[in-house]
Design a protein around this ligand. Structure first.
Ligand code: ADP
Ligand code: MG
Length: 254
């Protein structure tokens, strides 16, 4: 039986008169990769930041690992890992120095090399953050979410702007993190990514959840409704061609 680790009930967020999140409810199960999908402005980041205790909600009930957001935000902070925007790092510090800095902030004993190994960045230990490629920066920022050994990590569009190789590399990393028992909540605009990664997705549009299920089930439901793709479906797409030609190996140019 799936155990609920996050429960959100009737969550509402107003910015002035504008209702960005309009009474949404969903649950995230322990150990799953849960995707929040939706167009720009749908309310994904607002929802995540409320659960992360970084933004005030207007109304509704949020519980994380049994803790009530209103009563125990401090307890929630302790068990979650939040990916900062990559612009939030001191660009002139090396990766080792940044890990030591975060470890100090979280009061955690962390071995920088172990963490860098996990995201395949050991050989960059002495490099400055600003010297990393886009994919390396994302991998490093995901590594920093793990410093406090969280039960849940939140990734807000972690693969936006990455090339296909770096995107696949990040998928593998996210799957590894989940395989070690960490629950992952991710937002993305890439449906292929959601299909590969997510156990379940919620599709959110204009502040409302309009569908929620495993990706496969959503697709089956659409097909059962009589939907057919207008174009003949081929057994590969252009991205398959690109990966076939250029390989899966990471390119690390900035
Ligand atoms: P998403 O992450 O899905 O793109 P957001 O949660 O960032 O969406 O934003 C949802 C809506 O709320 C958007 O219309 C956005 O313009 C608005 N919004 C987000 N943050 C603020 C804010 N601090 N003040 C006013 N409006 C905001
Ligand atoms: Mg957003």
């Amino acid at each position: 039986m799936a155990q609920t680790i996050i429960s959100v009930q009737d969550l509402v967020k107003k910015y002035g008169n504008f209702e960005a999140v309009k009474g949404i409810s969903f649950e995230v199960y322990d150990g799953e990769i849960f995707g929040l999908l939706g167009p720009n402005g749908a309310g994904k980041s607002t929802t995540l930041e409320i659960i992360e205790t970084l933004r005030e909600k207007t109304s509704g009930c949020v519980r994380v690992n049994g803790f009530d957001l209103d009563k125990d935000p401090g307890q929630i902070k302790k068990i979650i890992g939040v990916q900062l925007q990559t612009s939030g790092y001191y660009p002139g510090l090396t990766l080792t120095e940044l890990i030591d800095l975060f470890a100090g902030l979280y009061n955690q004993n962390v071995k920088p090399f172990e963490l860098l190994d996990m995201v395949n960045l050991r050989d960059k230990a002495k490099a400055k953050f600003k010297e990393l490629s886009g994919g390396q920066k994302q991998r490093f920022s995901i590594a920093t979410t793990l410093i406090n050994k969280p039960k849940i990590i939140f990734l807000d569009e972690p693969t936006t702007g990455l090339d296909p190789q770096a995107r696949r590399n990040l998928w593998d990393l996210i799957k590894d993190i989940r395989a070690k028992g960490t629950t992952v909540i991710i937002t993305t605009h890439y449906m292929d990514e959601a299909e590969v990664l997510c156990d379940r997705v919620a599709i959110i549009d204009s502040g409302k959840i309009i569908a929620m299920d495993p990706p496969d089930k959503l697709i089956d439901k659409l097909v059962a409704s009589g939907f057919e793709r207008p174009k003949e479906v081929k057994k590969a797409n252009l991205e398959d061609v690109f990966i076939h030609l250029t390989g899966r190996a990471l390119r690390e140019e900035v």
